[in-house]
Design a protein around this ligand. Structure first.
Ligand SMILES: N[C@@H](CCC(=O)N[C@@H](CS)C(=O)NCC(=O)O)C(=O)O
Length: 302
C-alpha cells in the first residue's frame, strides 16, 4: 500500500511531511487539496478534519503531522525519525517547534506582507476558522520575528560542536519541525530579511542545506477521487490500544481540534491513549475508514 499525502505546496506542515518522506526515501502518492474551506473530498476521508496535511494509507487516515509521522515510522521503521541519543526528545522538540514557535514563525513570515498581498478569500478563511487578524499580526510581527531568532540561536548553539543534525549524525523529527518553520519564512519573498536573520547564524544555513538535501522522496500525483476509491477498496487496519476514562470502546464521540473553528469529527471510539486517538466511521463515498489523531491538541467530546 502506497502512502498518499493530501496537501498543497505552500503549507509548512505539509513541507515537514514531504521532508519526512524524503528522509525515509519513500515513494508516495500526492493529492493536491484546496488551501481553504470547503474541502469535501478531504472531508469524505477524515469526517470533517480539513487541516493540512493529512496522510492516507489505504482506509487509514492520519490527521496532524504528529499522527502522520507516527504512522510513517510504523510503515517504514528505518531510518528512524527518532534516532539515538535524542529518541523521543525529538518529538518533544517538534511539539515546541510546531506549537509556540510556529505562531512566531507565522508572524515572521506573514507579518510584513503589504495589504492586498494575500487573496481576500484566504484571509477570510483563516479569520473565520482560526481567528487570524492580519492587522494585529502586522503589529506583533517585529516581536514575533525576534522570538524566531531565539529558536535559531538555540539551533546554532546546538550545532556548534560540528554535529550534522540536532542529535548527531542522523536527522529526526525535531530537525524536520525546526526546518519546516525556517522553510516557511524563507518561502515568503516579503520576509527575506527575517529569513536571512535565521539562516545567517553560524551553522544554520549548512544544517538547513542538509535538511533540504533530504528531498521529498518520490511523489506521483493522483486525483482526490482516486484516493477515495483506494480507501473504499481497502480495509482499515486493526487497532490496538486502551480507552481513557470516562470513555468506552465503541462509544460515539466527536473529536475537536483545539484552536480551530472547524467542525468536529464524529465516529466510534476504538482507541484513546497516550499513543493517540482512533475513530471508526463509515462514509458514503470512502466506505469504512479509521481516522487517527494524536492525543495532544485534541478533545474528545461525548
Ligand atoms: N497541528 C497540525 C497543524 C496543521 C496546520 O495548522 N496546517 C495549516 C496549513 S500549514 C492549516 O491547516 N491551515 C488551514 C488549511 O490548510 O485549511 C499539524 O501538525 O498537522
Amino acid at each position: 500500500m502506497t502512502p498518499i499525502l493530501h496537501h498543497y505546496p505552500t503549507s509548512p506542515f505539509a513541507e515537514l511531511v514531504r521532508m519526512a518522506l524524503g528522509l525515509k526515501g519513500l515513494a508516495w502518492q500526492s493529492v493536491t487539496i484546496p488551501r481553504i474551506a470547503p474541502k469535501p473530498d478531504l472531508a469524505a476521508l477524515t469526517g470533517g478534519y480539513i487541516r493540512t496535511p493529512v496522510l492516507q494509507i489505504g482506509a487509514d487516515i492520519y490527521c496532524d503531522t504528529a499522527a502522520i509521522l507516527a504512522a510513517l515510522e510504523g510503515f517504514a521503521p528505518t531510518p528512524s525519525y527518532y534516532p539515538a541519543p535524542l529518541g523521543a526528545l525529538h518529538v518533544m522538540i517538534a511539539n515546541w517547534a510546531a506549537g509556540p514557535q510556529f505562531r512566531a514563525h507565522v508572524g515572521a513570515a506573514m507579518g510584513a506582507m503589504p495589504e492586498g498581498a494575500l487573496d481576500g478569500a484566504f484571509v477570510a478563511d483563516r479569520k473565520a476558522r482560526f481567528g487570524l487578524d492580519l492587522g494585529q499580526l502586522g503589529k506583533a510581527a517585529p516581536q514575533l520575528a525576534a522570538q524566531t531568532r531565539v529558536a535559531a540561536l538555540w539551533l546554532s548553539q546546538t550545532l556548534t560542536d560540528g554535529r550534522a543534525f540536532i542529535g548527531g549524525e542522523a536527522p529526526g523529527h525535531g530537525d524536520l519541525a525546526l526546518a519546516a518553520n525556517i522553510w516557511f519564512v524563507r518561502s515568503v519573498p516579503f520576509a527575506k530579511a527575517n529569513a536571512e536573520a535565521l539562516t545567517g547564524l553560524p551553522h544554520v544555513a549548512d544544517w538547513f542545506g542538509r535538511m533540504a538535501a533530504l528531498g521529498h522522496g518520490t511523489p506521483t500525483e493522483i486525483s482526490a477521487a482516486e484516493a477515495i476509491d483506494i480507501a473504499r477498496a481497502a480495509t482499515p487496519s486493526d487497532v490496538a490500544g486502551g480507552i481513557e476514562a470516562p470513555f468506552s470502546h465503541g462509544q460515539m464521540v466527536r473529536i475537536q481540534t483545539e484552536g480551530s473553528g472547524d467542525a468536529p469529527v464524529e465516529g466510534a471510539l476504538l482507541k484513546a491513549d497516550s499513543t493517540g486517538i482512533t475513530l471508526s466511521r463509515t462514509d458514503p463515498r470512502a466506505g469504512a475508514v479509521h481516522v487517527h489523531f494524536p492525543r495532544i491538541g485534541q478533545f474528545i467530546i461525548a
